[in-house]
Design a protein around this ligand. Structure first.
Ligand SMILES: [Zn+2]
Length: 184
């Protein structure tokens, strides 16, 4: 097997982990809110208010921390609606594809001894990942408006969103997110 094949297989394996091993592990570390909604689960032993989603091969999981369960019911619905946005808009798959190609190219360059070219590609990829991530957050907020009220979503963003955002932030700041959903 040559380097080219070896890297292709290794990278395909690594890129598949968030869709296979990670959801499986998170399912083990969580319990469902109720048995009718097995895909919305509570992550054990995690105190901060937080929620995220993962995409499996056949299904998806929305995970919330235990303290998020204490929120007002409508706020919890708004948080879940935002995560459903990430899933329905295929953000997990899109991000993996966008990241996979430049990482693959960089690895090939490194193997060929062209580290000088690989490093800038990796740095740009890292920054691009943050830009795309912030864009996805805005898309998920807009999607959430389909199933949750603007007021509830705005309340959650205002209370738990990031006050400030920088080039390396994964989320836009609160005021950008509020403007995005037409709330100002
Ligand atoms: Zn999000």
């Amino acid at each position: 097997m040559n380097y080219f094949e070896l890297i292709s297989i290794a990278l395909a394996f690594i890129l598949l982990l968030p869709f296979t091993l990670v959801p499986w592990m998170l399912k083990k570390k969580s319990y469902p809110i109720d048995y009718y909604h097995d895909q919305i689960r509570v992550l054990k032993g995690y105190s901060q208010i937080n929620a995220f989603s993962v995409r499996g091969i056949r299904s998806h999981l929305i995970l919330i921390s235990e303290s998020t369960l204490n929120l007002d019911y409508n706020e919890l619905q708004a948080i879940i609606a935002h995560e459903e946005g990430h899933i329905k808009l295929n953000h997990h798959v899109k991000m993996t594809l966008v990241m996979g190609i430049p990482i693959y190219t960089s690895l090939l360059l490194i193997i060929k001894g062209e580290v000088f070219f690989a490093i800038p590609i990796l740095l740009i990829t890292l920054l691009a990942q943050k830009v795309i991530s912030r864009r996805f957050e805005l898309e998920a907020d807009r999607y959430a408006l389909k199933t949750t009220s603007r007021d509830e979503l705005a309340s959650v963003i205002s209370r738990y969103g990031e006050r400030r955002s920088s080039l390396i932030s994964t989320h836009p700041d609160v005021s950008t997110r509020l403007k995005n959903i037409g709330y100002s």
